[in-house]
Design a protein around this ligand. Structure first.
Ligand SMILES: O=C(O)CCC(=O)C(=O)O
Ligand SMILES: [Fe+2]
Length: 519
């Protein structure tokens, strides 16, 4: 009996431990649910058009839902709920979506000259009349992770500094002591890098008093103390001064600085045309083509040399819907279960995703897409025979496309297929209209095309003698607010021998224009 009694005591102890564990887990889940519901409610009116909300949604899947799924797994590994959560959290983690989202916000900050506080406060200036309470805010941990990302990218320490300062202010309000220590540590380093040795010293002193066992703080106090004294005596130059502008890009992804700065400036500034520039707008029927005679297309010259033309209303709602419908499952997007239908649907949050639509079956949808292609062929006078399939792209947080040429240039290693020839022209359709940002910037003329819903821009990438037109270098500016989807069609040289005749003189203006004098 004594053994039995002892055994029972042991069992009770274990049961109690189990129970406590479960209660703790339940409390954790309850807290998570409350936190996430609160965050969802604070999304404000703008929901997913707001980059901060997009960022938060991705973070919930990479962090919160991951933790929930881990916690549930230890409760009941076979649960139905886990099988729904796991594939998505793993995909979000595998695709490094949280990192991409952090970089997206940093890119917006850099391009549009936003302060860390602008972003933290929910970009109020872009929401006319947007009430303060309707704007999504970044938490202390959000700020820390963004600042840490900037630090790991090896970008501007001024940016790291500002994010860490903001982290501190918010961690103080949220009473997150551990986070304050981490933020102070990074802030001190950033200060030392931007030449504020005294500031760094003061923070390390504070850290030393908070955590006396941490040897590194003591070493840093000594080091920065020495530096500061040397500087005060004029013995050393100010060290580690960060002269780089606001570069937040990862070191291995930093194209030519000068071009990047120019492109970012173009994105940031309003479109400006030289006063003397006379650009035309007109109805285009391509020399009274029977399809266009009664319904010519509204056209507008965005630039003349090289000629960049915008056509309005060139795609129907139905065609748009088909493109979206066909492209979504093809883009490499994570799938989630639709809570109403139970079917798997795509969660499109990625920075930029592309899909190719061959439109080569007998289905009604594909026939409609071929009709769209045919319309473009009639408008441009170019054949679709060698044109590429429709390419669909969807931009996410800070989604952009760095300056590039669409054609292969002399320097490209993998040249084009000789049978098709180079990409002679580009047709770029805007499938929707973001609220801010997302313009297509043309670096040659220094202008940009706003993404206007259902319009398209068209230009030739090659000169009349087949050589590259380097004035066509272009880029997609980061999307600040809203969503942007586009579709490209690239035409190739072969088959255009009669529609765009080859000339010996590439600079002959009268023949360079696609549209000879209209008037
Ligand atoms: O999305 C844009 O504005 C431009 C896209 C582009 O240049 C491309 O896909 O080649
Ligand atoms: Fe392009």
């Amino acid at each position: 009996m004594e053994t039995l009694l002892k055994f029972e005591e042991n069992l009770l102890e274990k049961l109690l431990l189990k129970l406590e564990e479960k209660v703790e887990k339940l409390a954790f889940l309850e807290e998570k649910i409350e936190e996430m519901q609160k965050e969802r409610e604070s999304q404000g009116n703008e929901h997913l058009s707001h980059p901060v909300n997009q960022f938060k949604l991705i973070r919930r899947f990479s962090k919160d839902w991951h933790e929930i799924s881990e916690s549930l797994t230890s409760h009941s590994p076979e649960s139905d709920l886990i099988s729904q959560i796991k594939p998505l959290t793993s995909k979000v983690q595998d695709t490094k979506s949280a990192e991409i989202a952090e970089n997206g916000l940093l890119r917006l900050q850099e391009t549009y000259f936003l302060s860390a506080a602008d972003l933290q406060q929910g970009l109020g200036e872009f929401y006319n009349g947007g009430m303060e309470k309707d704007l999504p805010k970044l938490t202390a941990k959000d700020c820390f992770d963004i600042g840490r990302r900037a630090y790991m990218n090896g970008g501007s320490m001024r940016v790291v500094h500002d994010w860490m300062k903001l982290t501190l202010q918010n961690a103080d309000k949220e009473k997150d002591f551990d986070l304050m220590i981490d933020a102070l540590d990074h802030l001190a380093y950033a200060k030392s890098q931007i030449g504020d040795q005294r500031g760094a010293l003061m923070i390390y002193n504070k850290l030393k008093s908070l955590q006396p066992d941490e040897k590194r703080y003591e070493q840093n106090v000594n080091y920065y103390g020495r530096k500061w004294i040397e500087r005060a005596r004029g013995e050393t130059e100010q060290e580690g001064m960060d002269h780089s502008k606001l570069s937040t890009r990862a070191a291995d992804h930093r194209p030519e600085r000068e071009e990047t700065e120019y492109y970012e400036k173009l994105c940031r500034m309003p479109n400006e045309l030289p006063e003397e520039k006379l650009l035309r707008c007109f109805y285009w029927s391509n020399n009274d083509h029977p399809f266009l005679m009664l319904g010519p297309v509204k056209a507008e010259e965005l630039w003349d040399e090289p000629e960049i033309i915008r056509f309005y209303e060139i795609i129907t709602d139905e065609e748009l819907e088909i493109i979206n419908k066909q492209a979504r499952p093809k883009s490499n997007l994570a799938t989630v279960q639709d809570p109403i239908t139970g079917k798997l649907v795509n969660a499109d949050y990625r920075i930029s995703e592309s899909a190719w639509l061959p439109a080569n079956t007998d289905s009604e949808e594909d026939q409609k897409l071929r009709q769209f292609r045919n319309r473009i062929s009639i408008i441009t006078g170019l054949t679709m025979e060698r044109a590429e399939d429709i390419q669909y792209s969807n931009y996410g947080i800070g989604g952009q496309y760095e300056p590039h040429y669409d054609m292969s240039t002399e320097n490209d290693a993998g040249k084009f297929d000789e049978e098709d020839g180079n990409r002679i022209a580009t047709w770029l359709t805007y499938l929707n209209e973001p609220k801010h940002g997302g313009d297509t910037a043309f670096l040659g003329p220094g202008i940009k095309a706003e993404p206007i819903h259902k319009s398209a821009v068209f230009w030739y990438n090659l000169l009349r003698d087949g050589s590259c037109d380097y004035r066509t270098r272009h880029a997609a500016c980061p999307v600040l607010i809203g969503q942007k989807t586009v579709s490209n069609i690239w035409f190739h040289e072969r088959g255009e021998e009669f529609s765009r005749k080859c000339l010996l003189n590439q600079t002959d203006k009268s023949t360079l224009n696609m549209f000879p004098d209209i008037y």
